[in-house]
Every structure is written in C-alpha cells, then in structure tokens.
Design a protein around this ligand. Structure first.
Ligand SMILES: NC(=O)c1ccc[n+]([C@@H]2O[C@H](COP(=O)([O-])OP(=O)(O)OC[C@H]3O[C@@H](n4cnc5c(N)ncnc54)[C@H](OP(=O)(O)O)[C@@H]3O)[C@@H](O)[C@H]2O)c1
Length: 271
C-alpha cells in the first residue's frame, strides 16, 4: 500500500483527507498530514484517525505520494523547503491552481501530477481534473485515478487547458450557486416572499434538476421538456439566451485574466 502524505489541511486538503478515509480510497493508517498552524491538522487527525507528521520534511520521508494542498503562491517556497527530499521515488500531486508542472519539476526530482479538485467531492460528486507530468508512470496514473474515482469523476486532460476547464468544474459550484441566489432574490423584489423561502424553492428545484440531468444527460433536453412552444417558460428562456452569453463571456475573461496575473507572480517568485 502506498503511504500518503498531505501538506496543507485547509479547506481542500482537509476535505481530501476526510473523503479518502470515508470512501476507503486510502486507509487512515496510511495517511499522515502536516499544516502550518497545528490546530487545523490536529482537528483533521481527531476526526479521521490519520497521523500527524512532525514537520513537512518528516512527512515527505514517511510518504510515497505527497499531496501539496497549499495556496498557489505558497507552493514554490514549500518546494524550496523540501528541496532534496522530494526524490524520484516519490509522486508529488499538486492541487494548486496556476503552478505549472515544469515549475514544480524545476524544484524537485519527484514524479509530478496536478489535480484540480472541486468542493463537490464533499458529496462524492463532480469532476477533478487530472494531468500528469512526463516522468509519471502508469502505476502513478492508476493509483491516482483510482483513488480520485472514489470521491468524484476524475477527468484526465492536457495541462494547457487546465484553467479554462477549472472554471467549469472547481469554480462552477460558486458560479452556479451565486446565479441561483440572484434568481431567488429577484423573486423577492417582485412579490412579498422571504429570501429564505425563495432560496428553499430554488435550491430544491436545482437539486431536482441535477437528478433529472443524470437521466436525460443534456441541458437542452431539460429546456425542451419544460419550455413548450409558445408557453411562458419559453419567454424566460429567450431572455436568458439574450443576456447570459455576454455575462459568461465577461466572467471567463476576468477569471482567465486573474489566472494570468497569479501565474506571472508565481513566475517572478525566486526559484
Ligand atoms: N477551494 C477550492 O475550491 C479549490 C479548488 C481547486 C483547487 N484549489 C487549490 O487548493 C489549494 C488550497 O486551497 P484551499 O482553499 O484549501 O486553501 P486554504 O484553506 O487556505 O488551505 C491551505 C492550507 O495550507 C496550509 N499551509 C500553507 N503553507 C504551508 C506550509 N508551508 N506547510 C504546511 N502547511 C501550509 C495553510 O495553513 P494555515 O492554517 O497556517 O493557513 C492552510 O491550512 C490552492 O492552491 C487552490 O488553488 C482550491
């Protein structure tokens, strides 16, 4: 069994550990974690039964597969701290946005993969994007895809598309939730209903639509089933088709611009 190390037990690192243990992807006894502030890693260890490493270096020494779950600008400083320890017999899995495989490989000899998880793994749903470095092996591929397969649908992709695709998978829960929230609020501006009640109705409908999508497998099919020709829903769909494309074009423009900015800051960090 591979020994697993997780550096950074914040929102994503903590979730991965909990889900790996809960689904049996990796047994708690095979996982150790470390975190800059000790109370966070202690809480995860108490909740899941995993071990706590005395330091990041001790974690690397005790692990075959190391998940790096720190913020993008914290990756290079961390790799410098671990320089020499991340040898070719280790698989390093970075979940950080915007830090390219070649930038990671420049600072270590480990085999490298990148994963962009989604908060939807919390309920064992959604997509994690996965991309492998040239030095990774077939065994690495099988191990990572099989573990992720327990907590989501892993989708292997090219690194060059990662940011764009991450908007559709890892940012999307926030985009979908905020747009549904606005839908509910709009109803409260027209009628005397509480935001909580409007939100409940939209939320239940969203969950139902997601279930329905699993059976029909197409957004267009759901639209066709509800928006009958000449009916009321069709009028609403026309507004969405007029207004929303430019909203999403603008959304992708600003998120991709932000990615470029972060990437530039990472490039300029000392190696
Ligand atoms: N949130 C998402 O939905 C999402 C989705 C896809 C990918 N990601 C990626 O996941 C990564 C983590 O995001 P997050 O939302 O989980 O951030 P987060 O909640 O801030 O977690 C980062 C954790 O890393 C710890 N840390 C920082 N430097 C460290 C070091 N040198 N050694 C040990 N621990 C260290 C922090 O410790 P402290 O307790 O001291 O702060 C913190 O607990 C990011 O790179 C992000 O791009 C996030």
């Amino acid at each position: 069994m591979a020994r697993i190390g997780v550096i950074g037990t914040g929102s994503m690192g903590g979730m991965l550990i909990r889900k790996f243990v809960e689904t049996g992807a990796f047994p708690a006894g095979d996982i150790v974690a470390s975190n800059r502030s000790p109370e966070k890693v202690r809480a995860v260890a108490v909740a899941t039964g995993i071990g706590i490493a005395a330091s990041n270096l001790a974690l690397v020494a005790a692990s075959d597969v190391i998940f790096i779950c720190v913020k993008p600008l914290e990756v290079k400083p961390l790799l410098k701290e671990l320089r020499g320890a991340l040898a070719a017999d280790k698989l390093l899995v970075s979940i950080a946005a915007d830090v390219a495989i070649h930038e990671i490989s420049a600072l270590c000899d480990a085999r490298v993969a990148r994963v962009i998880p989604s908060v939807t793994s919390e309920c064992s749903k959604g997509v994690s994007l996965v991309t492998f470095g040239d030095n990774s092996t077939e065994m690495d591929r099988r191990l990572l895809l099989s573990a992720l397969g327990r907590i989501c649908r892993p989708v292997e992709t090219e690194e060059e598309n990662l940011e764009m695709l991450a908007d559709l998978t890892s940012c999307a829960p926030a985009f979908i939730s905020s747009i549904m929230h606005e839908f509910a609020l709009s109803a409260t501006r027209r009628e005397n209903i509480s935001p909580e009640f409007a939100e409940l109705l939209v939320m239940e409908t969203l969950v139902g639509t997601a279930e329905l999508l699993k059976t029909v497998n197409s957004f267009e099919e759901v639209v066709t089933r509800v928006a009958t020709k000449g009916g009321i829903t069709e009028e609403g769909v026309k507004v969405i088709r007029k207004v929303v494309p430019s909203m999403y074009d603008e959304l992708l423009e600003v998120t991709l611009a932000k990615h470029s900015l972060v990437k530039e800051r990472i490039r300029n960090q000392a190696s």
